[in-house]
Design a protein around this ligand. Structure first.
Ligand SMILES: Cc1ncc(COP(=O)(O)O)c(C=O)c1O
Length: 397
């Protein structure tokens, strides 16, 4: 064993990817509805990103942030223009983007609000990363075991319950961190009324609303950012996953008056925003904004919703089907692990979120036929699971 066994791997050894397909070392083809955990939003090896990377490989890879990086300025300009925010900081992952947001919020709290022990409110079932701060911000106990002591300054509240925020927020509260659709937590969309109330409350109390769109950003929910569907603009936005379509890149964006709280020396990343990563991010942004990818993804999302409802909702094992755009969750009354395995055996790769939610993250470029085929495979797997469950309940297992 030469790797720490931190992951339960599925046994597949991918060798090649194109669009919505992966091929393993033996040439077996899979329809990939995991998109590398919501990263390859444009599919595997999208031509525009591939060309941008190839061009950049021939020019310059990395220089460090001691230098001015024109591509970084370009990506920041595009992201701020797209999001309505004013400044960007680049790192390499979602956790780093959130870590930057948390540091910015603490600096804002200590300087602007004179809060000595700033507190960030987060939500139960949320997921914000695996660094110590983002792990503490995460509202799931299962990812925390054995890593203490944890940093102070975080509190997890019930999701979609505004009254609990109102009750918990106090003098030390400097920010609220929120996913618009909780991905790892079971594909749970935030309730529009909850978001509106939270947004108003944060504005009235000078609390930063920090929206974590690491999983929902870059088109995943059918709009560039999920917050756009809620009629709000956050104070801080974090992105990663789809931003580089497989090249590691994370970004933290903030509103204009926050710029001064992140002055020289306050934060840094050696690799963050290097030319290679920025070439990928810029080409992803261009693909999303200069083609009809998003409009098509929205339409495919509706087909997918209809296929899932049509073909799965009659199953006695299905509790709820929920999602937006091309992030969908199918909540079962039993463990999804056997269904994930059956789908794999039939050539479809899907994810679990928690123990009983099937998480489906096809690329935004998925075709209607691929969506229907995937739904048929899931329906077949569910039928098999029903038989097993029936047999188990009859024989009292
Ligand atoms: C909403 C959200 N935030 C943060 C993260 C952490 O991102 P990373 O694994 O790139 O650090 C994830 C990862 O799944 C995520 O879904």
């Amino acid at each position: 064993m030469t790797l720490f066994p931190t992951y339960s791997r599925n046994g597949i050894r991918p060798a090649k990817g194109e669009g919505a397909y992966l091929w393993d070392e033996s040439g077996q083809r899979y329809l990939d509805f995991t998109s590398g955990l919501g990263v390859c939003n444009l599919g595997h090896r999208p031509p525009r990103v591939q060309a941008a990377l190839a061009g950049q490989l021939d020019a310059l890879w990395h220089v460090s942030n001691l230098f001015e990086i024109p591509l970084q300025e370009k990506v920041a300009a595009r992201l701020t223009e797209m999001s309505g925010l004013s400044a960007a900081f680049f790192g390499n992952s979602g956790a780093e983007a959130n870590e930057a947001a948390i540091k910015l919020a603490r600096r804002y709290g200590q300087t602007k609000k004179q809060v000595k022990e700033p507190e960030v409110l987060t939500f139960q079932s949320s997921f914000h990363g695996r660094t110590l701060a983002t792990l503490t911000a995460t509202g799931q106990e299962k990812v925390k075991t054995g890593c203490g002591p944890y940093p102070d300054g975080f509190r997890s509240l019930p999701f979609n319950q505004f009254s609990s925020v109102k009750e918990a927020a106090g003098e030390n509260t400097v920010a609220v961190m929120l996913e618009m659709v909780q991905g790892e937590g079971g594909v749970q969309p935030a309730d529009p009324e909850f978001v509106r109330e939270l947004h108003r409350f944060c504005a009235e109390n000078e609390i930063l609303l920090m929206v974590d769109e690491v999983q929902t950003g870059m088109g995943r929910t059918g709009s560039l950012f999920a917050f756009q569907q809620y009629g709000i603009t956050p104070d801080v936005l974090t992105l990663a996953k789809g931003l580089g379509n497989g090249v590691p890149v994370g970004a933290m964006l903030g509103r204009a008056d926050l710029i001064d709280f992140f002055g020289p020396g306050s934060h840094a990343s050696t690799f963050g925003g290097n030319p290679l990563a920025m070439a990928a991010a810029l080409s992803v942004i261009e693909e999303l904004t200069e083609t009809d990818t998003l409009a098509i993804a929205r339409r495919q999302g509706l087909f997918f919703r209809d296929f899932l409802r049509e073909k799965l909702s009659d199953s006695p094992l299905v509790r709820e089907i929920r999602g937006r755009g091309l992030i969908w969750g199918v909540e079962l009354s039993v463990s999804v692990a056997p269904l994930v395995q059956t789908a794999r055996e039939k050539g479809l790769l899907v994810l679990a979120a928690g123990s009983n939610v099937l998480r489906l993250l096809p690329p935004l470029t998925v075709t209607r036929r691929q969506l229907e085929k995937a739904t048929d495979i899931i329906a077949g797997g569910l039928a098999e699971l029903e038989e097993v469950s029936e047999h188990e309940s009859v024989s009292g297992i």
